[in-house]
Write a new protein. Structure first.
Length: 251
């Protein structure tokens, strides 16, 4: 019996009641109350579902962990293997070493000429006055400089020889210089005494050039003789400002 039906039944009984309450009414009331009393209900369904889901997650986690352990045999738990470092490459540079004291194969004027005569000619009609004569030594070569106060001489000739003995002019006297070999430099169209007042004999004792001496200054011809330590290789060039003849003797 529903609550509405029970309420209507009570109302009819109260309307019909004229005295003491009917015993049947009390029995009906107790029966109706027992019928409409809510039954005890167990735990809610959603709580059971959550418990089942939680158990399933725990089982899946255990399975995944065991699978990883099988694939990573030999790796300590909680460690990540680091990649082995690549071998470093070190470049070794070997410095190039030039031989100490080795003479350069060329001079400031270019390649050396050995044992050969050479002539430089300009055909200049005027006289080239010698103003200065200098010697010097450098790494790889010894040097002779003959400076002119005017233009270049008309002709310059170089004659190597296998001795250090030369003939003086115009006397014809033999002149022996220091060294074993020599070079005779003949300058045509030159004057070696009008303006030049310096020494005419330089005892240098360089590595190759041992002595430089003037052996002729007569009638427009000037000669300088070089006494050398060895069979000399030479090179020469004319430079300007001032005009000068520079001879390089290979050491």
């Amino acid at each position: 019996m529903t609550r509405d039906s029970f309420r209507r039944e009570i109302n009819r009984e109260f309307d019909a009641m004229s005295g003491a309450p009917s015993p049947a009414l009390s029995a009906r009331v107790r029966a109706a109350l027992a019928e409409n009393r809510p039954a005890r209900i167990g735990p809610p369904v959603w709580m059971a579902g959550m418990a089942a889901a939680l158990i399933a997650l725990i089982i899946v986690g255990v399975l995944v962990a065991s699978n990883l352990n099988r694939h990573q045999t030999g790796i300590a738990p909680g460690t990540i293997p680091s990649p082995s470092p690549s071998p470093s490459v070190v470049a070794t540079v070997t410095p190039s070493v030039s031989p100490s004291g080795q003479a350069s194969p060329t001079s400031p004027a270019g390649a050396y000429d050995c044992n050969s005569s050479a002539t430089s000619s300009t055909g200049a009609p005027q006289t080239a006055f010698i103003a200065a004569v200098r010697t010097g030594t450098h790494s790889g070569y010894d040097q002779v400089t003959i400076e002119f106060s005017t233009a270049r001489p008309a002709d310059v000739k170089f004659e190597p020889q296998s001795s250090a003995t030369f003939t003086g002019a115009p006397s014809g006297q033999s002149i022996t210089l220091a060294g074993q070999d020599g070079i005779l430099i003949t300058i045509q169209g030159a004057d070696g005494h009008t303006q030049y007042t310096g020494p005419t004999d330089f005892k240098t004792n360089y590595s190759e050039l041992k002595e430089l001496r003037q052996v002729q200054d007569f009638e427009g011809t000037v000669q300088w003789a070089l006494g050398l330590a060895h069979n000399g290789c030479y090179a020469y060039s004319f430079l300007s400002n001032p005009t000068r003849l520079v001879i390089y003797i290979k050491q």
